[in-house]
Design a protein around this ligand. Structure first.
Ligand SMILES: Cc1cc2nc3c(=O)[nH]c(=O)nc-3n(C[C@H](O)[C@H](O)[C@H](O)COP(=O)(O)O)c2cc1C
Length: 347
């Protein structure tokens, strides 16, 4: 059988087999391509063991069983993209802050060796001036203070502060409950401070607790209905190991792994387009987390560079129904955008 984790595309007069789960690509010879097509259409020759079929088996293009989950509720487009961009763990993932800084600096030098894209020229001439305003209220102040910090103090945050941030981020707004008469489903009648695709509240949060007064370090599920946290697992030794080696984040006292309940979206929306909505909803929730933490006098950090499978096993997510998308963290900080390890290296 041909693996469900491969797609085939013709590029530059050759058939490419893209194993999106293992992040591998193979250019098929004419012989391999013909063999592959006959294996797809003629099941009777799928147990053949000639050299060409052996190659396809060795590369896991051909399998004894189809492999790949069959429990994806959208069409294959989103599966290719989601699985194909999951667990992109670099071969030499940094194991320490110093290693991260060295690799990051190299990366920046590589990027800067090419000219940067030019800014859009739409803004030049002919614009209509909008009225200015005086940024003076609390909202203006919070927006102005929200910034990404990459160095955190070894200071705890209190369970009360954490509770407030979680409630603002994922809890339900009191009094904003749709009644059944409005045609809604009871389960989806509550509303958050962030918008939600189809009102399904598909975004869930798992709290990373490293240094919170009144709460054992660990990973907890946040239940927005009861405003409770529920134990899931012990912390991984270092946060950076879960976040593509970004070890400067290891001092963060608290964070939130944001997941999406794809199964809720599958139920209401068939097309892979809904996958985009899942990502956008998580983005809204992440921004609310940042504003809530900023309003509480903290600094924030965020990343989508996740080692998803390791995180999902800590969160105890076992099927495709719910998958981790993003991490946001907060804590007390001098607000420095440059991690200390990078500062040392630059010196
Ligand atoms: C989707 C997204 C992913 C990001 N991923 C990372 C990351 O992996 N590591 C990091 O240090 N910052 C990350 N950032 C933060 C950006 O670098 C930061 O927002 C940007 O430099 C602008 O700075 P500001 O947030 O202070 O305004 C990410 C931001 C966004 C929106």
């Amino acid at each position: 059988m041909i693996s469900r984790d491969c797609f085939f595309i013709a590029i530059d007069n050759a058939l490419i087999c893209w194993d999106f789960k293992r992040h591998k690509q193979y250019q098929l010879s004419v012989e391999h391509a013909h063999r592959l097509i006959s294996l797809i259409y003629d099941q009777s020759c799928s147990d053949s063991s000639d050299a060409v079929a052996e190659d396809l088996k060795r590369c896991k293009v051909m399998l004894d069983s189809p492999g790949g989950e069959n429990d994806w509720g959208w069409d294959v487009l989103s599966r290719i993209f989601h699985i194909g961009t999951k667990d992109i763990v670099p071969e030499n993932q940094p194991a320490s802050e110093h290693e991260w800084a060295v690799q990051y600096l190299e990366h920046c030098n590589d990027v800067l060796s090419e000219a940067s894209p030019v800014e859009s020229s739409w803004g030049v001439g002919g614009g209509i001036q909008l009225p200015g305003f005086c940024a003076a209220d609390k909202f203006d102040e919070v927006l102005a203070r929200r910034a990404t910090a990459r160095a955190f103090h070894h200071l705890p945050i209190s369970i009360a502060e954490l509770g407030k941030i979680l409630h603002h981020t994922l809890g339900f707004v009191e009094g904003r409950v749709l009644s059944n008469q409005q045609g809604g489903v009871e389960q989806f009648s509550k509303r958050r401070s962030s918008p939600s695709a189809g009102g399904l509240n598909a975004t869930e949060g798992y709290v990373y607790v490293a240094n919170v007064e009144g709460l054992e370090p660990g990973i907890y599920y946040y239940d927005p209905h009861r405003h409770q946290v529920h134990w899931r697992s012990q912390l991984a030794p270092k946060l950076g190991d879960l976040l593509s080696g970004q070890h400067f984040a290891n001092d963060i006292p608290v964070g939130l792994f944001l997941t999406s309940r794809f199964d809720k979206l599958w139920w209401k929306y068939e097309h892979s387009r809904a996958y985009r909505m899942a990502l956008i909803e998580v983005g809204h929730v992440a921004q609310t987390f940042q504003l809530a933490a900023t309003a509480g006098g903290m600094s924030t950090w965020l990343t989508g560079a996740l080692n998803e499978s390791s995180i999902e096993s800590l969160l105890k997510l076992e099927t495709s129904d719910e998958q981790v998308i993003f991490f946001v963290g907060c804590g007390y900080s001098d607000g420095s955008a440059i991690p200390n390890c990078l500062k040392s290296l630059l010196k």
